[in-house]
Write a new protein. Structure first.
Length: 347
């Protein structure tokens, strides 16, 4: 994606993991390989039985990035269709199960109304390994009509997300569906499972509010992006440095608690889109990158962390300083990364 505006165009769409794709089609062979009893995301090494806890596979395919097998879903239904479950196996270039749970929690609360109550939100076992998932349950959703539940797993480079929703009077079946899917999820390499816990927040020191300045552009290096240097999967407390108000909503600027010199991230949806301001390699300023499913866009370096209103302009596509990405890194399901340097227009 060449520009900030195009990179963030997805933000105004419905969140990936809240909505279920509406067009039914047969399983995509590149995304899923069905066996006699299971459906398997081959590149991720992750599988789930086709029938589990009273739910049966209905359809599967790719939610986006068609043909790349980096954003896959499988929908399950009860016999009468009243209980719906979706398994997502996707490759965000900033993978963090704790962050996925945090952003989904916000999306659930916003979608289902003020009466929605979070009744469970804690680490849980998956594939026989303790504390390798986050399990969340929400009651009285949609004015008391629904119970919805979710599970989150970080396995290698992949995020697994499970959503189960049904009528309140069938709450037991909804929870059985979630717990059955977590218990029966198969991961080829169990050592790839990251221990994870819900995000915790500590007090955040006052942050500077002055605008940052984009430093003179340098030729983009054709190399894979560096990993954003911030603890993930709930391994350390975060704090909210500030709030970014945009045309589409409000987003938190997060940093590691107790660190004033670390990375700053701004998650913008529940499907893995994250703006990251990471200390530049030479220690001078902060480099902007935008992480999505299967792609990272690389931008310039600011002399300091941009202010909330500058970040809002970036998200809204109105920042004339940043304007265009210097390079785009595209991630394949097999782990290969292709970096394309983009031509820069004169300013």
């Amino acid at each position: 994606m060449a520009t900030i505006a195009s990179a963030t165009a997805l933000l105004s769409a419905a969140a990936l993991c809240i909505a279920i794709p509406s067009i039914a089609h047969a399983a995509d062979a590149e995304a899923w390989t069905p066996t006699d009893s299971a459906i398997r995301a081959v590149s991720a090494g992750i599988a789930l039985p086709q029938t589990v806890a009273g739910l049966s596979l209905s359809k599967s395919g790719e939610a986006s990035n068609g043909g790349r097998a980096v954003d896959n879903y499988a929908q399950y239904l009860s016999e009468d269709g009243a209980i719906q479950a979706t398994l997502y196996v996707y490759l965000p270039t900033y993978a963090d199960a704790s962050l996925a749970a945090y952003m989904t929690d916000k999306a659930v609360m916003e979608r289902f109304g003020a009466k929605t109550r979070r009744t469970a939100y804690a680490s849980a076992p998956v594939a026989g390994r303790a504390d390798s998932a986050i399990r969340a349950v929400y009651d009285d959703a949609a004015d008391g009509a629904l119970t919805t539940a979710a599970g989150f797993v970080h396995a290698g480079r992949w995020i697994v997300k499970i959503r189960v929703t049904g009528p309140t009077e069938r709450r037991g079946e909804v929870l059985a569906g979630l717990d059955g899917m977590l218990a029966n999820l198969s991961v080829d390499d169990t050592a790839s499972l990251h221990a994870t816990a819900p995000a915790s927040f500590a007090a955040c020191p006052a942050a500077p509010t002055a605008d940052a300045r984009l430093t003179p552009a340098k030729p983009a290096q054709e190399a894979a992006p560096q990993d954003v240097r911030i603890p993930r999967d709930g391994k350390d407390a975060l704090c909210i440095r500030g709030t970014v108000a945009t045309a589409e909503g409000h987003y938190d600027m997060l940093q590691q608690a107790g660190r004033s010199d670390g990375a700053i991230i701004v998650p913008v949806d529940d499907s893995g889109t994250v703006l990251a301001f990471d200390p530049a390699a030479n220690g001078a300023g902060y480099k902007l990158s935008i992480h999505m499913v299967g792609q990272t866009d690389l931008y310039g370096v600011y002399d300091k962390v941009p202010s909330p209103h500058q970040i809002a302009a970036i998200i809204d596509g109105k920042d004339t300083q940043t304007a265009e990405a210097q390079a785009v890194a595209t991630y394949a399901a097999n782990g290969e990364v292709t970096v394309s340097r983009l031509a820069q227009k004169g300013r």
